[in-house]
Design a protein around this ligand. Structure first.
Ligand code: PXG
Length: 457
């Protein structure tokens, strides 16, 4: 086994990491993760780390699950690969399609597989536009999404996303994609109640539809809870109002369930938590708990019927659409989620425990807001709780806190000054207590730094 320094040198020499300042990382050296079990990781220095981000929002069943490992091994032996082009199929892809139709809401009976969430959203753009073409309304091209939403990093995914840094590189968004403001109450709506703000934020969709022209709008896409944007949990009034607006103008509703799907919110899919009936859903991550890459699009009956009965050939697909090993792991993963009752556990036990923990964290002097949805949580670090004053962004207080998390064996992410977690769904009540102690320790250390540096003045 190489030493940490040897890994870091080879890494810096050859490996360009995603969303990374290459030169800065090469100087500092990557952290090398070598092993994992349950909800814990170990790095090349032997440090044990509490993985409160489930890898990257994906390892829902935790690490080292034998049924998933065995499913992959068995499938690789039987048939490591065959494609789904040219009128062929493999048993795992067929069986997973069948099982997905079962665990998703009733309007979903068909799936189009991809290799990732980004590819899934590329499929969404092509499918939505194709749907309106087939219906004889080719002018319906425009897809509306939200600022600070995240839908992936391909050309279409990054365009649908509302990340200004991403749009600034590479001439994005592509034509026909436009954005509205996000439903972030703390930033945009604190002068009103949350319920009222939810309705106001939804009304921005109607304003945009009228601005573009309803006859030109194809679809609206959003994450039930914005994940990468900082676990932005909309008021309960938001999604039903969005659904009503989509219905009013006949616009397709797309729920990007890449993070919220497969139990994260305490429901199988986030749309079920927030009471919408989307026409299409993107999924990835939790479908295989990240053990192997897989993504796709659930196609609701409204769209499927048109594409199947009137559409002819849909000229779109990936080499790995329905990859047999990925699908075999997906099957084993969904069966395990069912067997362990993880969705119900999140809804009735661990989700409420995390909510209670976060309610308690509100008394910390740094914490201006603390909220959870299922097993996602966000803490907003603020300068003055009473007034709700934020720290100047250039102080990067969130990064200071993240540094303490790294140093103390906890993976908690910083999105600006929002500290976020999304632990594996197998987390136990005792492990939630452990998470609470670690978070408090890191908040206390950050608080000490902030006072020492005179950042409260
Ligand atoms: N949609 C959503 C809602 C996502 O969260 C994607 C699509 C794209 O999936 P792929 O598999 O192509 O990465 C995602 C991915 C972060 C972070 O910083 C989040 C994601 C990916 C990378 C980083 O929180 N989500």
């Amino acid at each position: 086994m190489r030493t940490t320094q040897q890994w870091q040198a080879a890494d810096a020499a050859h490996f360009l990491h995603p969303f990374t300042d290459f030169q800065a990382l090469a100087k500092k050296g990557s952290r090398i993760i070598t092993r994992a079990e349950n909800i814990y990781l170990w790095d090349s220095e032997g440090q044990k780390i509490f993985d409160a981000m489930s890898g990257l929002w994906c390892v829902n069943v935790g690490y080292g699950q034998p049924p998933l490992i065995e499913a992959a091994t068995r499938q690789m032996k039987d048939l490591a690969f065959y494609n789904a082009f040219f009128q062929t199929a493999t048993p795992p892809a067929i069986e997973l399609a069948e099982l997905l139709a079962e665990v998703t809401p009733p309007q979903f009976n068909h799936v189009f597989f991809s290799g990732s969430g980004s590819e899934g959203n590329d499929t969404i753009v092509r499918m939505v536009r194709r749907y309106w073409d087939v219906l004889g309304q080719p002018e319906r091209q425009v897809i509306i999404s939200r600022r600070n939403g995240y839908h992936g990093s391909t050309m279409a995914g990054a365009s649908l996303g509302g990340m200004s840094g991403m749009h600034a590189q590479g001439g994005l968004p592509i034509p026909g994609i436009t954005h509205i403001e996000q439903p972030y109450w703390y930033q945009l709506g604190r002068e009103m109640g949350k319920e009222e703000f939810g309705r106001v934020a939804a009304s921005w969709l109607e304003d945009k539809i009228l601005e573009v022209g309803p006859e030109k709008v194809a679809a609206f896409i959003g994450e039930p809870v914005q994940g990468a944007g900082g676990v932005i949990i909309p008021p309960d009034t938001y999604w039903p109002a969005v659904q009503a607006i989509c219905n009013k103008y006949g616009i397709l509703l797309v729920s990007d369930e890449v993070i919220c799907g497969f139990g994260r919110t305490g429901h199988w899919f986030g749309c079920e938590r927030f009471g919408t009936e989307p026409d299409l859903m993107t999924f990835a991550k939790g479908v295989t708990s990240g053990y192997v890459p897989l993504g796709g699009v659930m196609v609701g009956d409204r769209v499927a019927r048109v594409l199947i009965e009137q559409g002819g050939e849909f000229e779109h697909g990936y080499t790995y659409s329905g990859h047999p090993v990925a699908c075999a792991v997906g099957l084993a993963n969904i069966r395990l989620i069912r067997e362990l009752g993880l969705v119900e556990k999140v809804r009735n036990e661990t989700g409420p425990l995390l909510a209670k923990l976060y309610q308690g964290l509100k008394d910390h002097p740094l914490v201006g807001d603390a909220e959870t949805c299922g097993l996602m949580g966000a803490l907003l670090l603020v300068k003055d709780k009473a007034r709700g004053t934020l720290f100047p962004p250039e102080l990067a207080v969130g990064m200071v806190c993240r540094g303490h998390c790294f140093g103390n064996g906890l993976i908690m992410r910083a999105v600006g000054d929002r500290m976020i977690v999304a632990p594996p769904l197998v987390i136990t009540p005792e492990q939630i207590d452990e998470l609470g102690r670690l978070i408090r320790l890191c908040l206390d250390k950050t608080w000490a730094d902030v006072k020492d540096k005179g950042w409260l003045d």
